[in-house]
Design a protein around this ligand. Structure first.
Ligand code: SF4
Length: 414
């Protein structure tokens, strides 16, 4: 099932009963370019001007102006979660970043979970002192590997030592700390091991020190340096069986340290889950500001006013000069998502989580009974499914069948 073809909107729908309480701020700047990355982000190699203080200030001004105007336009906030992501937000100078955080503070609700992404080499005491003075509660650190063998393969700025130093330093402050890691980094031909032990050693080091770990399977994105190296045979990718074995071992190790797999790629000690990402997986609407940021707005059905009529997804332009000049402009092309597609997205995101799909919420938003919408998929995978309260979930050990299960759900919904 595809979303409707993007079309010109006559007027953006009013959010009404679906208020927006999550804000994402995109900082598309990085100190360098990692070999596997195809995110929208620019480095000094792409354009040194972007890293001059004058440009940083212009970009932050543009973000703040967009936040002000779009919060009004979409009736968004106060925000119970704010996430500053990238890119690498910590490449901004401390003064410019502090200005961004201070000016965003009035948009934060009481008890707001406020996350900022950082890369280890840009973590230093003046930055952390400043973050502690503002409302930031959580740091998401992009480590990816703690193996000296793997570090050069993914060509990240910094080093394993930088990562360990940054983790130790952050732990001196009262922030929640989450670490991003990669599973399945390809290996040079000379290496005979799969990388499993390296990953497990890294995870063990982290599990003793942090309350939240995101462990993503590395995907070879088209036209990235890493993909070219694999295509030329210089690096060997991990097979599906190797990846499954690594994931099983990681699950067991992290569970032993009390880090529960609460989403396909995310592990946390109870109470340390990322509320911002939980809002995404629950398909709560959110506002995204900054060049290339995505917003998802929901609107009510015109006849059944308590139900979801559909969603609008707006993706900001990926042209930094254009963005800085006109950050508040709503792009003329937006993606309209009809009710049927929205229902599939709710199921798809819900089944990614250990909590699963909230059947009462689906019923109130869509007027459908999940068990009647996908009866065959539920029956076929009954042994992999757990039902509790008003939720239906895949058992955590069954996440490896998620894609097959979702394909069957999709076929049934069509
Ligand atoms: S730091 Fe993150 S966003 Fe920047 S190039 Fe590396 S992977 Fe991409």
């Amino acid at each position: 099932m595809n979303s409707e073809v993007p079309r010109r909107h006559p007027a953006l729908p009013k959010t009404g009963i679906f208020p927006i309480s999550s804000l994402y701020v995109h900082i598309p700047l990085c100190a360098g370019r990692c070999s596997y990355c195809d995110f929208f982000s620019l480095s000094a190699e792409d354009d040194p001007q972007l890293f001059l203080r004058g440009y940083e200030i212009s970009y932050v001004d543009a973000v703040l102006e967009q936040t002000r105007r779009w919060s009004e336009e979409f009736n968004a906030g106060p925000f119970s979660t704010i996430y500053i992501g990238g890119g690498t937000p910590s490449v901004l100078s401390v003064e410019v970043l502090e200005r961004l955080l201070r000016e965003l503070a009035p948009y934060a609700a009481s008890g707001c979970e406020w996350t900022i992404e950082a890369n280890p080499e840009s973590v230093h005491r003046p930055l952390l002192d400043m973050l502690a003075r503002t409302k930031v509660t959580r740091i998401s650190l992009g480590v990816q590997t703690l193996s000296r063998e793997e570090w050069p393969v993914i060509r990240r700025i910094g080093s394993v030592e930088d990562s360990k130093r940054a983790i130790a330093l952050i732990r001196e402050y009262p922030f929640e700390l989450s670490v991003d890691m990669l599973a399945g980094i390809p290996r040079p031909r000379r290496r005979t091991d799969t990388g499993k032990d390296m990953l497990l050693d890294s995870l063990e080091y982290l599990a003793e020190r942090v309350g939240h770990i995101s462990l993503y399977d590395l995907t070879l994105e088209e036209d990235t340096p890493l993909q070219h190296q694999v295509a030329r045979g210089e690096l060997l990718p991990q097979s599906a069986d190797e990846m499954a074995e690594v994931r099983d071992a990681a699950n067991a190790l992290l569970a032993g340290y009390g880090l529960q797999r609460y989403e396909v790629s995310n592990y946390a000690r109870p109470g340390h889950e990322c509320r911002h990402n939980v809002a995404y997986w629950n398909m709560e609407p959110y506002l995204g500001v900054g060049s290339g940021a995505v917003s998802t707005v929901q609107y009510a059905d015109s006849e059944r006013k308590r139900m979801l009529g559909g969603m609008v997804r707006i993706t900001g332009g990926k042209d930094l000069t254009g963005y800085t000049a006109e950050s508040t402009k709503i792009p003329p092309e937006v993606e309209y998502i009809d009710r049927k597609t929205a229902l599939f997205e709710f199921l798809m995101m819900g089944f990614r989580t250990a909590c699963g799909v909230d059947t009462e919420r689906i019923s109130s938003l869509f007027g459908v009974d999940v068990t009647q919408s996908i009866p065959s998929a539920l029956a076929r995978w009954e042994s992999e499914i757990v039902r509790r309260d008003h939720h239906i979930a895949l058992q955590a050990r069954s996440f490896d069948i998620l894609n097959r299960f979702l394909v069957e759900c999709l076929e049934e919904l069509e």
